[in-house]
Design a protein around this ligand. Structure first.
Ligand code: SF4
Length: 702
């Protein structure tokens, strides 16, 4: 098939969808057009394999509705007029200045993404923190990963997933929480399957739904939504009661054991079973299997993170691994599987939650270090982080935020409670949307649209789920007059007096040099890497110290954590049920998730023929018994109604969901997020996308 496409050249790069970090080659024909894609055989991550999204990723270069030129208009809903880069950037800089002078520096907010290159994140951080100076700067990673970040920080004193994919080859037990690996991260799933072919070990999947992953598991725990903390407390209860804990590790490497054990004492399996819906014998069994394994690992994704207890869920998983001595050893780890291709890059370098290189605004030493490096006064920085993305949007409603810059993010589809988001965006005095596509739903409310280059049209690095820094080589020139995000940040910086005084390098490799310098000797150490070395190794895992030939597959191998005393914290987690739950008026749980063909809000995969052929439209999974009672038929239509709004979808009857649950993929506009509730986790401010209450009735679709 590929031979038919007359490929004359293959160009190396890294996939721009999910966080797995597959190395990919794009095949170009004689006209330089992307016509094929294939995996890179010697890449340690994917060993020549790609999932369906990666295989057809080359089609993005020629996809519809790519932004070619900047667009501007004076009022929302009037037609956009084509503009020039100079005019649109001048106007953007003027509006930022006007809003900040009139309402204060923090009245202009920035929300970025997990999609752009790490060098671009670093440059944006410099612009946002060092030039524009707003404290209300965050990433859309608050919608997917902030619970993992918060949980890692609370347990270990720092963010950073401690494990790697090779741990599948060493573990003796794998427990997955709220992660449908075969659909969300197919190549990580393939790695797991390869490990299982060589050596059998138990796989336990915790998920309210019988997902593809649950179907292959040895044990499936169909937990009541939002109660993972109760299950984790009960497992810890059994492990401590039965003397299965690694007491030597606990004494040497943790603090808080006394308070932790007092709390879990209350969560005996009988009590826990009534809350989490898993029978008491099964809780005891999985606790014993996990604790008795020579090495056991936990992975999780949005089923844990997107909850009002998301951060606590992560802490609970970390504590399970600390009391069983399963951190920092081959096959023993707490590995959050991130969502976006560069969610890790933004966590490490963007300054969204602080300052670059995992530095905190709250620490005077960190503020001074960065201010000196950037050549500005440290007093320009705030002393604590500002709003999360999920607080910025409500602050528009209350008038605190008047202007907003959205970079490769689409809250009209991705945020909970779409009807409310629509009204919120309409209230802005100024909205600039920077994206590769001019038709993203949020652009409806923009005053300025800036066309950005896509993945593969620019050069830099991504960090994947296992801390592997991978090289994204430029495959072709940007479409039309679209520009790399870094070019846009640099040009905007020049339009401010402070930006003209600071150094904004134009080459990604020069920006990378700044990152190397700023990370030397820290846990997040890039000093032993450069672009060529990264490509040669097909990715290097940080910390990679100066002069080192290779990176580090695992963190905390010496049992020394990032708290000042070097110890990890065991944190007691009392469970308070604060979610919306089904009741007489709204009797179904509504759950949301992914399908393998689509990525996020379909701004890209929605434009690729093969993805749409396989998954063209939103649908609901519903249990046949529940459907029969309501007179709803397979392939018929149903209306779901929540306290926020309603959505009509096609129905697929399946035993994958229990009788009191409906499941809808989250990718489609004006669908599941018309129903979801904006309740937030108190630590991570991440929304509980996966739990809300709905009623369901038959519908007719014409
Ligand atoms: Fe790309 Fe993720 Fe698929 Fe790999 S698994 S090809 S990184 S989308």
């Amino acid at each position: 098939k590929i031979a038919d496409k007359k490929v004359v050249e293959w160009k190396y790069t890294t996939c721009g969808y999910c966080s797995t970090g597959c190395s990919i080659e794009v095949g170009l024909n004689a006209e330089g057009k992307g016509v094929a894609g294939r995996g890179v055989g010697d890449a340690p991550v994917n060993q020549g394999k790609l999932c369906i999204k990666g295989i057809f990723e080359y089609e993005l270069f020629n996809s519809a509705n790519r932004g070619k030129v900047p667009l501007m208009r004076d009022k929302v809903y009037r037609p956009f007029l084509e503009s020039t880069w100079d005019k649109s950037l001048d106007f953007t800089a003027q509006e930022i200045t006007r809003i900040q002078e009139k309402y204060g520096r923090d009245s202009f907010a920035i929300i970025s993404t997990g999609q752009i290159l790490t060098e671009e994140f670093y440059t944006l951080g410099k612009l946002a923190r060092g030039v524009i100076g707003t404290n209300n700067y965050d990433g859309n990673t608050t919608l997917c990963m902030s619970s993992a970040v918060s949980g890692y920080k609370r347990s270990f004193g720092s963010d950073g997933p401690p494990g790697c994919y090779d741990d599948f080859d060493h573990t003796e037990c794998l427990m997955a929480f709220g992660s449908n690996l075969p659909e969300q991260h197919p190549i990580i799933y393939w790695r797991l399957k390869m490990a299982l072919e060589k050596r059998k070990f138990p796989v336990i999947v915790v998920d309210p739904r019988v997902t593809m992953f649950a179907q292959m598991a040895d044990i499936h725990l169909p937990i009541t939504p939002g109660t993972d903390v109760v299950l984790l407390n009960a497992m810890a209860h059994v492990i401590l009661k039965e003397g299965l804990a690694e007491q030597i590790y606990i004494d040497a490497h943790t603090t808080g054991f006394e308070e932790f054990s007092k709390l879990v004492e209350q969560y005996d399996p009988v009590t826990a079973s009534k809350i989490c819906g898993i029978d008491e014998d099964t809780i005891r069994h999985v606790a014993r299997v996990y604790a008795k394994a020579g090495a056991a690992m936990s992975i999780w994704t949005m089923g844990i993170n997107q909850s009002t207890h998301g951060s606590d869920g992560v802490v609970g998983i970390n504590s399970l691994n600390l009391i069983t001595g399963n951190i920092g050893k081959p096959g023993g780890t707490s590995l959050s599987i991130t969502g976006q291709c560069n969610a890790m890059g933004t966590r490490e370098w963007s300054s969204c939650s602080g300052l670059p290189g995992y530095r905190a605004l709250e620490k005077e030493k960190d503020r001074e270090e960065i201010a000196k490096f950037w050549g500005i006064d440290a007093s320009f920085f705030p002393e604590k982080r500002g709003m999360f993305m999920t607080d910025i949007l409500p602050a528009i409603e209350t008038g605190q935020i008047k202007g907003l810059w959205l970079i490769a993010t689409n809250p009209m589809t991705s945020m909970p409670n779409t009807p409310r988001i629509r009204k919120t965006l309409e209230k802005l005095e100024f909205l600039v949307v920077q994206d590769a596509y001019s038709d993203v739903e949020t652009t409806q409310y923009a005053h300025v649209y800036l066309p950005a280059a896509l993945w593969g049209e620019k050069e830099g690095v991504f960090t994947n789920t296992e801390r592997r820094v991978n090289l994204v080589r430029k495959v072709m020139e940007p479409h039309g007059d679209a520009k790399s995000d870094m070019w846009i940040f640099n040009q905007l910086a020049k339009r401010f007096e402070q930006g003209r005084k600071m150094r904004f390098p134009e080459k990604p490799s020069e920006v990378f040099d700044e990152m190397r310098e700023l990370s030397k000797g820290r846990m997040l150490d890039y000093s032993g890497m450069d672009h060529d070395k990264i490509e040669k190794h097909r990715g290097l895992q940080w910390p990679c110290t100066e002069g080192a030939e290779a990176g580090s597959p695992r963190l905390y191998t010496d049992g020394v954590f990032q708290y000042p005393d070097g110890k990890a914290k065991l944190i007691p987690l009392p469970f308070i049920d604060n979610n919306e739950r089904p009741d007489d008026d709204y009797p179904f749980w509504m759950n949301s998730g992914r399908v393998v063909e689509h990525f996020h809000t379909r701004t890209r995969t929605g434009k690729i023929g093969n993805m749409n052929k396989f998954s063209p439209t939103p649908y609901m999974e519903m249990n046949p018994d529940a459907a029969k009672k309501l007179g709803i038929e397979h392939m018929g239509y149903a209306r779901l109604i929540s306290r926020r709004g309603d959505a009509v979808v096609m129905v697929q009857l399946t035993q994958r969901v229990p009788p009191n649950m409906a499941f809808i993929p989250f990718h489609f506009h004006e669908c599941v997020n018309r129903l979801t509730l904006g309740l937030l986790d108190p630590h991570s401010r991440q929304p509980a996308f996966k739990q809300c209450a709905v009623k369901i009735e038959p519908a007719v679709c014409q």
